[in-house]
Design a protein around this ligand. Structure first.
Ligand code: GLN
Length: 288
């Protein structure tokens, strides 16, 4: 027989009352209502439909405390993904942490470009600077026969990406620590894909929103944001099989330089793709 939970006697707050508090977040978030809904769903272990179906449902005292604690942190600007510990990317729910970048919807563009290539059934693929493992795991979810390496220079990111890999049981992905190509000598791939740090240290964007809570190691690069893009472009040729592809995410004003770098490094078929906002965001080329 189903046991009907008895509400805690101290409880007085309903879902709909807490949703009204979203107005308090408007100074720190453009998505205040959604943020509040996501926090409530996280605390209740329910989806958003539940919030609208049961607006009069009471929260227990501990759920109210949890809501208050997370809501206060959101008021201070902490990213929702850090509060819930997860972020959706390519329909995968990934664990996130402050050790690395929170996956962005824009980065799904790189996955789309990669899936549009006609690679061998058992293609060897490398995701450089994998962070949460987002790109590698999204590709793994679509291509069970690809052999995928996902590397990161930061040990905590490697551990996080591997934890994410394990939760999906992707045995065709290997995650390990490597500072770009440092641990990959002699290895070659059919596709190298990366969302490296590309923001200039002087960019005002770093003082706003979620990025304030993300590590500089995942965001900022020397030489006005170009240092890591440049390292990858210049070393990739050595690690690509003939005809192999390189796909890079970059800043919306970096397309010209990235195309030029790739061209100087001997890549062909160079093309830049726009993100969801119509801005240049990813460039692809192949080794001849
Ligand atoms: N696209 C991210 C941002 O602008 C930065 C990602 C990166 O540096 N790789 O916040």
């Amino acid at each position: 027989m189903a046991v009907i939970p008895v509400p805690d006697t101290h409880v007085s707050v309903t879902i709909s009352e807490l949703l009204k508090r979203s107005d308090e977040l408007t100074t720190v978030s453009d998505t205040s209502r959604l943020d509040t809904e996501v926090l409530l769903c996280h605390i209740l272990g329910k989806n958003r439909t539940f919030l609208y179906t049961w607006p009069e449902q009471l929260l227990s005292t501990s759920q109210q405390h949890q809501f208050q604690a997370l809501f206060s942190r959101r008021l201070k600007g902490e990213p929702i993904a850090h509060l819930t510990g997860t972020r959706e990317f390519w329909s995968l729910s990934l664990n996130v942490s402050s050790a690395t970048l929170i996956p962005r919807p824009d980065t799904e563009l790189l996955v789309e470009i990669a899936l549009g290539l006609s690679l061998a059934k058992q293609a060897a693929v490398l995701d450089l600077g994998t962070g949460t493992g987002a790109i590698a795991l999204a590709l793994a979810s679509e291509k069970p026969h690809w052999n995928i390496c996902a590397v990161d220079a930061v040990a905590e990111a490697v551990a996080l990406a591997d934890e994410n890999r394990q939760q999906f049981g992707f045995d065709h992905v290997r995650v390990f620590q490597s500072d770009w190509f440092s641990e990959l000598s002699g290895q070659t791939f059919d596709l190298i894909i990366s969302n490296p740090p590309y923001i200039s240290a002087s960019d005002d964007h770093l003082q706003q929103g979620d990025v304030r809570f993300e590590p500089c190691s995942a965001l900022v690069a020397d030489k006005s944001g170009f240092a890591d893009l440049c390292t990858i472009v210049s070393c990739a040729g050595l690690h690509l099989n003939p005809g192999g592809w390189l796909i890079l995410e970059h800043g919306y004003e970096q397309g010209d330089e990235v195309r030029q770098m790739m061209s100087l490094a001997g890549f062909s078929g160079i093309a830049t793709h726009a993100d969801l906002a119509g801005l240049e965001r990813a460039t692809i080329g192949h080794k001849t």
